[in-house]
Design a protein around this ligand. Structure first.
Ligand SMILES: NC(=O)c1ccc[n+]([C@@H]2O[C@H](COP(=O)([O-])OP(=O)(O)OC[C@H]3O[C@@H](n4cnc5c(N)ncnc54)[C@H](O)[C@@H]3O)[C@@H](O)[C@H]2O)c1
Length: 310
C-alpha cells in the first residue's frame, strides 16, 4: 500500500487524510500540537462516514483504519512516497516545516505544500532536495472539492510536477498546473476578481449582498459547476468560442474600462459591505451552516460522478 504523511492536521490536513485514506493509501497524520493528530482521527472518521452517506467511499471503517496518528515527524515520514504539508500560512512556519521534511523524508518522496498564497520559492530555495518540492494548493475541504493547483518554484523538477499530478489524479483529485509562480495562483486570482466586483457593486448600492449571491448560486455557478467560464462562452454563440467573443467581446471590454482596484478591499468599502450584509452570527451557527455546506457539496459531487463525462 502506498504511504502518505499529512503534516499539520488542522482543517485542511484532515481533509487530505480523508482523500488519501478513501483512495486506499496508508496515512500517517502528524501535528506539532500535543494530542492534535490523535484527536484529528475522530474528525477524519466522521468525514469518511459523511462521504459514505453520499456513496462517495465504499468502506468508511476500512478507510478510517488506514489512518494513524504518528508519534513524531520521523515516524510520520517512514516509507512515504508523498508528503502533504498543511501547517499554518506563515512563511517562517513553511520554511521550518520544509527544512525538517527535506532532512527526514525518503529521498524520492514528493514534498507538497497546501500553501494558499506563499509560493514554493519562498520556503524551498536553500534545501538540498528543492527539486522535489512544490505547492499543491487545495480548495477547502479537499475531500469534497477536488481541484488542486500545482505550482513549482523555478528549481522544481518538471518530473516532480508530473508525478504529483499522477498521484493526485489517482486519489481522485483534479490537479491543474500553474506554469509559473504568480500571486494567488489561478483560483484565488479568479475568486479575487469576482469578489472585487461584488464588493464594488454592493458598496455602491447597485445590488444587495443577498441578491448578488443569487447571481452566482442560481445563475453563473450552476453552469460553472460542470463547464467553467470559457467552455460556457463556447456554447453561448452558434459559431462557438470565437463567435461568442466577436459578438460580446466589446461589451466585456467596456465594463473593464474602470476595473475595481485594490481600494475595494480597504476598510471603508469593507465597512459598507459588512453593514449591508447585516448579521453577525454566533460561532455555532457558522459551524452548523458549514456542515450543511459540506452535505450539499457531497451531494453535488455524487451527482457529478453519476453523470457521463462531457
Ligand atoms: N482553510 C482553508 O480554507 C484553506 C484552503 C486551502 C489551503 N489552505 C492552506 O492550508 C494550510 C493549513 O491551513 P488550515 O486551515 O488547515 O490551518 P489550521 O490552523 O486549521 O491547521 C494548521 C495545523 O498545523 C499545525 N502545525 C503548526 N506548525 C506545525 C509544524 N511545524 N508541524 C506540524 N504541524 C504544525 C497546527 O497545530 C495546526 O493543527 C495553510 O497553508 C492554508 O493557507 C487553507
Amino acid at each position: 500500500m502506498p504511504r502518505v504523511a499529512i503534516v499539520g492536521s488542522g482543517l485542511v490536513g484532515r481533509g487530505w487524510a480523508i482523500v488519501f485514506a478513501r483512495a486506499g493509501w496508508d496515512v500517517a497524520v502528524h501535528d506539532a500540537g500535543a494530542g492534535v493528530a490523535a484527536s484529528a482521527l475522530g474528525l477524519i472518521t466522521d468525514g469518511l462516514e459523511e462521504l459514505a452517506r453520499h456513496l462517495l467511499v465504499d468502506d468508511p471503517a476500512a478507510a478510517a483504519a488506514r489512518v494513524r496518528a504518528a508519534e513524531d515527524l520521523a515516524d510520520a515520514l517512514d516509507g512515504v512516497s508523498y508528503v502533504q504539508e498543511s501547517v499554518p500560512e506563515v512563511v517562517e512556519a513553511k520554511q521550518a516545516a520544509f527544512r525538517d521534511l527535506d532532512a527526514l523524508a525518503p529521498p524520492d518522496a514528493i514534498l507538497a505544500s497546501s500553501a494558499s498564497a506563499i509560493v514554493a520559492s519562498l520556503f524551498t530555495e536553500e534545501l538540498a532536495g528543492r527539486a522535489r518540492c512544490l505547492v499543491a494548493h487545495p480548495v477547502n475541504p479537499p475531500h469534497l472539492v477536488p481541484l488542486v493547483e500545482l505550482c513549482g518554484a523555478p528549481w522544481t523538477a518538471p518530473e516532480t510536477v508530473d508525478r504529483a499530478r499522477e498521484v493526485l489524479t489517482a486519489v481522485g483529485q483534479v490537479p491543474i498546473t500553474v506554469n509559473r509562480e504568480i500571486d494567488g495562483f489561478v483560483l484565488n486570482r479568479l475568486q479575487g476578481a469576482l469578489l472585487a466586483e461584488a464588493f464594488r457593486l454592493v458598496a455602491d448600492g447597485v445590488v444587495s449582498p443577498q441578491d448578488l449571491d443569487k447571481t452566482v448560486a442560481d445563475g453563473l455557478g450552476l453552469r460553472w459547476s460542470f463547464l467553467g467560464p470559457l467552455a460556457t462562452a463556447a456554447l453561448n454563440a452558434p459559431g462557438g468560442f470565437a463567435d461568442y467573443w466577436a459578438r460580446y467581446g466589446g461589451s466585456y471590454a467596456s465594463v473593464q474600462v474602470e476595473p475595481a482596484g485594490p481600494e475595494v478591499f480597504g476598510p471603508a468599502t469593507i465597512a459598507r459591505v459588512v453593514e449591508a450584509w447585516g448579521d453577525a452570527p454566533e460561532p455555532e451557527w457558522v459551524a452548523e451552516r458549514s456542515r450543511w455546506r459540506d452535505q450539499r457539496l457531497a451531494a453535488l459531487i455524487a451527482h457529478k460522478r453519476a453523470q457521463p463525462p462531457g
